[in-house]
Design a protein around this ligand. Structure first.
Ligand code: ZN
Length: 503
C-alpha cells in the first residue's frame, strides 16, 4: 500500500514531535542541574543527559526519518510546510554526519567540564579546567571535520549557531566594528570623566532587586503563566517545551547592575521564545532561528529599551523609591550617565555597550586559533592576557578574570561567541526599523508602555520562530542584509552626546 502525502507528513510530524520532546526532557535536566541539583548528582546526571542526547540523535538520523523526509519532497520554503521540511532536513543532515559515539562523548565531556570550570574559576586555577578543555578540543575538531565546511574548519561549528555565517564574513564585520569603536574608546578615555558608574555600587537588598526585576520583566511582556525565574551562577533563558520558557538570574547585594540588566536581557530572549507561533510547537520551527537573532532580542530589550532615557524617565522614580538610601540623592540624568558609563573592563558580561564587542573579537580570534591548533590549551591564558592588553589596555590579575570567566568553552560552545556581536549589530537595525514603522514607540516607552514595540517584534520576528534563516529574516524585515552602519551610528550618537565627543 502506498502512503499518501498526507500520511507521510503526519508520520514525519509525529516523529519530529517525539524528537522535540526528548530534547525538552534534556532541557529540564539541564535546567535542574544549573539551579537545584545537589552537587553529588553530577556524574549520574551527566550520564542521563548523554543518554537523552544519544536517543534524540538516533531518532533524528534513523533511516525512517530519512525515508519520510525523502517522501515529503521539497515544497517551497516560503510556505510553512516547506520551511519546516527544510529545517528538519538541515537538522537531519547535520546529525547524520555526526557519529552517535561522538555526540555522547562530547555531551559527557562537557557535563563533567562545567562543574570543573566553576571550581577552577572560583579558585582562579587554570590547571583544574585545562585537562577538561584538552579533552574537549579534539572532540570539537572531530565534530567540525565530520560536519564539513567549504572554506574554514571554524565555519562548520559557526553554522550550528548562525546558519549561513562564515569566518570570512565575520572578519569583515569585526574589522568594521574595530575601525568604528577603537577610536571612540580612545576619545572617551581621554575625556576622563571619573567613575560615573560608582553609584551603582552600594547596598541593594536582594529581595527588592528581585521584585523590581520582576516588575520590569512583566512590563516588557514576559508571561509568568508560562515561565519562572530562578537563581544560577551564569544566567540563561531556556525553552523547556511548549508553554514553558524560563529565565534565570544572579544577584549581587552590593551592585545593582548584574541582576537588573541581566533580567532584562534574559527576558528579551524569553519574549522571542514565548512569541513563536504556537502552531509550531514540537516542530523544528518552535525556537528562535539563530543565536545571533536571539541575541538581537535580548540586547534590544537590555540596551535599546533598558539603557535608554525614555525607559528610565518612567522607571527611575520607581527604582529610587525602591532603594531610597542608595539612590535618594541621585538625579535621573546622573543615573542614566552611570548605567551608560564607558570603561574598559576585564569581564565581558559586565562590559558597556562600546567595549563589549572587543571582548567578542578576542574570543573569536582565540577560539579560531584553538580549533586550528595554532594555540595550545596550556598557552591560552597568556594569549588571552596579551589580547586584553592589545584591545582594552588591561591585564587580568588572574585567570578567573581572564580565560576562565566564561562557561562557553566548558560547555563545548565553540563558534557561539560571534553571535553576541551579530546580536548587538542586529538589535539596532531591527529597533530602527521598528521605530520607523511605529514612530510612537519612544513616547510609549516614556510612559512604561512596551506593547507597541513587543507587538512589532512579535509580528515581524518572534512569531516566525525558525521559519526563515537569519539572512532571509533580516532582509524581509529591514530590506537590507545585516550591516554595521546603523549600529555604529547609534553608538556615535549616544556616546558622542554622553561624552561630549562632537567638538
Ligand atoms: Zn543572551
Amino acid at each position: 500500500m502506498t502512503e499518501t502525502r498526507e500520511v507521510v507528513l503526519k508520520r514525519l510530524n509525529k516523529r519530529l514531535a517525539a524528537i522535540s520532546d526528548v530534547g525538552s526532557a534534556n532541557s529540564v535536566l539541564f535546567w535542574d542541574q544549573q539551579t537545584y541539583m545537589p552537587k553529588g548528582a553530577i556524574v549520574g546526571r551527566a550520564e542521563q543527559m548523554a543518554t537523552l542526547s544519544r536517543l534524540a540523535h538516533e531518532m533524528l538520523v534513523d533511516s525512517e526519518t530519512d525515508r519520510l523526509l525523502d517522501a515529503a519532497g521539497d515544497p517551497d520554503p516560503e510556505i510553512v510546510e516547506g520551511a519546516l521540511i527544510r529545517r528538519a532536513r538541515r537538522d537531519h543532515e547535520k546529525a547524520t554526519r555526526l557519529p552517535s559515539r561522538l555526540v555522547e562523548e562530547l555531551s559527557r565531556a562537557t557535563a563533567l567540564a562545567e562543574p570543573a570550570w566553576a571550581e577552577a574559576r572560583a579558585n582562579s586555577d587554570w590547571s583544574r579546567f585545562a585537562p577538561h578543555l584538552e579533552k574537549i578540543m579534539p572532540l570539537q575538531r572531530e565534530v567540525a571535520e565530520s560536519l564539513g565546511y567549504e572554506d574554514h574548519v571554524y565555519d562548520a561549528l559557526l553554522d550550528g549557531y548562525e546558519p549561513g555565517a562564515t569566518k570570512a564574513r565575520l572578519e569583515v564585520m569585526f574589522d568594521e566594528l574595530k575601525a568604528g569603536i577603537v577610536p571612540m574608546i580612545r576619545a572617551i578615555s581621554s575625556e576622563n570623566g571619573g567613575d560615573r558608574a560608582a553609584l551603582l555600587h552600594g547596598e541593594f537588598d536582594e529581595a527588592t532587586q528581585e521584585r523590581f526585576g520582576e516588575e520590569v520583566a512583566t512590563s516588557f511582556g514576559y508571561d509568568w503563566e508560562h515561565g519562572r525565574q530562578d537563581r544560577v551562577v551564569h544566567p540563561f533563558c531556556l525553552n523547556l517545551g511548549p508553554g514553558d520558557v524560563r529565565i534565570t538570574t544572579r544577584f549581587d547585594p552590593d551592585w545593582l547592575s548584574p541582576a537588573l540588566f541581566g533580567t532584562m536581557h534574559e527576558t528579551g530572549h524569553a519574549l522571542y521564545e514565548q512569541g513563536v507561533d504556537p502552531s509550531y510547537a514540537r516542530t523544528p520551527l518552535a525556537n528562535g532561528t539563530s543565536m545571533g537573532v536571539h541575541e538581537s532580542q535580548s540586547r534590544l530589550w537590555e540596551n535599546l529599551a533598558g539603557h535608554s532615557r525614555p525607559f528610565w524617565s518612567c522607571f527611575y522614580p520607581r527604582l529610587r523609591s525602591a532603594f531610597p538610601e542608595a539612590l535618594g540623592g541621585v538625579e535621573s540624568e546622573e543615573f542614566y550617565s552611570a548605567i551608560n558609563a564607558v570603561s574598559p573592563s576585564m569581564i565581558r558580561v559586565e562590559a558597556d555597550e562600546v567595549t563589549y564587542n572587543l571582548h567578542i573579537v578576542l574570543r573569536f580570534e582565540l577560539e579560531v586559533a584553538l580549533l586550528e591548533g595554532s594555540l595550545s590549551v596550556a598557552d591560552l591564558p597568556d594569549a588571552w592576557n596579551a589580547k586584553m592588553e592589545e584591545y582594552l589596555g588591561l591585564t587580568p590579575k588572574n585567570d578567573a578574570e581572564g580565560a576562565l570567566q566564561d562557561v562557553h568553552w566548558a560547555a563545548g560552545l565553540f563558534g557561539y561567541f560571534p553571535t553576541y556581536a551579530i546580536g548587538n549589530v542586529l538589535s539596532v537595525q531591527l529597533f530602527d526599523e521598528a521605530v520607523k514603522n511605529q514612530p510612537g514607540i519612544p513616547d510609549a516607552m516614556r510612559s512604561g508602555e512596551f506593547s507597541a514595540l513587543l507587538g512589532w517584534l512579535r509580528e515581524n520576528v518572534h512569531r516566525h520562530g525558525a521559519r526563515y534563516y537569519p539572512d532571509e529574516l533580516v532582509r524581509r524585515v529591514t530590506g537590507r542584509p545585516l550591516e554595521t552602519g546603523p549600529y555604529l551610528r547609534y553608538l556615535n550618537d549616544k556616546y558622542g552626546e554622553l561624552y561630549d565627543l562632537t567638538r
